[in-house]
Design a binder for this molecule. Structure first.
Ligand code: GLA
Length: 415
């Protein structure tokens, strides 16, 4: 077998050119500028964001580019080219509310509604989007779209959010509201924070309880390491419903424990004992105790995962990057066994990477398909990639796509 092909990212110049060309093809005249926002991988801290927990994403070099021009009326005209397919959407600002717009336009333009709801109304606009963030791969292509358009609208309407981390944290909340209310997915802050608050060379330690963030130098090169992304290209249709159920279970557990978020748990054993006791009350044919056992597993994942983020960052801060593997492995095992959001393709990718000598490997993102990440010694790239491709063939899965993740910059103006 030849060396496994690595799917690269566009340079900012190429992304800019593509968005501009699409703009000029679909709208008369030139755009006011081009903005971009990245996809992400999360190093560790999965399903913790909506529990007020910690997570540690890096931005990818893969970005969504938007060429955009402000209009003086309230019309909105969009064109997009995702994975080669060109689509258009024409409407007005008044259409951009929950239930008023569906599909890709909800991500691309819904943020105009959320900006207005936040007290920062915007004018109509013409836009063209082009992206090299793989879609439906769990790499936050949707947040990249929301945030690229958000940054563009912020600038052409002089709202002043893009220029500071504080302003960007506001824009994160607005983009999350777009996702929660216009798109209708009850996700947390992880993806939009990665798109807007990361910086090149660093991972972002995000505290989802108070919104604070710290840049954590993440120098893979200096340690002779690489981060491989194995895109299983699997998407499971129950993913959205299962995500909502996981969140609802965590919220129900917090309610039983009398706390606002699972982050507030300080004594895990005591909390789990309370949840078990609750399960024994009013038991009807074992049902309640089964629900309680499930709740115990979910809560155990969240609390141990938050601690793994702390431990991971402590190792990175101490220059002991080579020692983070067991934490990545434990994170995956907990997501697979306790949180139950992995799937056969992700497990095969992770097992193959580990067997081929990865320092650590885990699923990243929401789960039920999407991507695994493997931290590897740089000279083992081909061996690990090949092992994943071969394992997929043995299991009768499709060919996985392989990327190399380098901690890249947050979104901003590129042209
Ligand atoms: C998805 C969501 C995020 C986060 C992750 C799991 O990517 O969009 O908010 O909950 O799943 O960590």
């Amino acid at each position: 077998m030849d060396a496994v092909e690595i799917a690269g990212a566009w340079t900012p110049e190429e992304g800019s050119r593509r968005a501009r060309e699409l703009f000029e093809d679909r709208h008369p005249g030139a755009p006011d500028g081009v903005w971009a926002a990245p996809g992400r991988v999360n190093l560790i801290g999965e399903h913790t964001d909506y529990n007020g927990g910690l997570c540690l994403p890096i931005a990818l070099p893969h970005r969504t580019y938007v060429a955009l021009r402000r209009r003086e009326d309230d019309e909105v005209h969009l064109a997009s080219a995702f994975e080669g397919e060109v689509l258009g959407w024409d409407g007005a600002l008044s259409d951009l509310h929950p239930g008023g717009v569906a599909g890709w336009a909800a991500y691309a333009a819904g943020i105009a509604w959320a900006l207005a709801e936040a007290g920062t109304p915007v004018t109509g606009f013409d836009a063209a989007l082009s992206s090299c963030v793989p879609t439906a791969a769990g790499l936050s292509s949707s947040a990249a779209v929301e945030c690229a358009v958000g940054l563009a609208l912020d600038e052409v309407n002089d709202l002043g959010m893009g220029g500071s981390d504080e302003g960007r944290a506001d824009l994160v909340r607005i983009a999350v509201r777009t996702e929660n209310e216009v798109v209708g997915a009850r996700t947390g802050d992880l993806d939009q924070s990665a798109a807007l608050r990361t910086s090149a060379g660093n991972a972002l330690l995000l505290d989802c309880l108070d919104g604070s963030a710290r840049q954590v130098p993440f120098d893979l090169d200096a340690a002779g390491l690489e981060l491989l992304v194995i895109d299983t290209r699997a998407t499971h249709s129950h993913a959205t419903g299962a995500y909502g159920q996981r969140r609802a279970t965590c919220e129900a557990a917090a309610k039983i424990l009398g706390i606002r978020t699972l982050r507030e748990i300080t004594d895990l054993d005591a909390a789990l004992a309370v949840l078990k006791d609750e399960g024994l009350k009013d038991e009807v044919e074992g049902q309640k105790s089964q629900d309680a056992q499930e709740m115990v597993r979910r809560v155990r994942h969240v609390v141990t995962e938050i601690q793994r983020v702390r431990d991971f960052v402590a190792l990175v801060d101490a220059g002991r990057l080579l020692e983070v593997g067991p934490l990545m492995n434990a994170s995956h095992d907990s997501l697979r066994d306790d949180y139950q959001v992995s799937c056969p393709e992700l497990d095969v990718a992770v097992d193959a990477a580990r067997a081929a000598g990865a320092i650590g490997a885990r699923m990243t993102g929401g789960g039920f398909g999407g991507c695994a990440i493997a931290l590897i010694e740089a000279d083992r790239r081909d061996a690990v990639a090949r092992a994943a491709v071969e394992a997929f063939a043995e299991h009768g899965f499709g060919i996985p796509r392989i990327y190399v993740a380098v901690p890249s910059a947050a979104g901003g103006r590129v042209g």
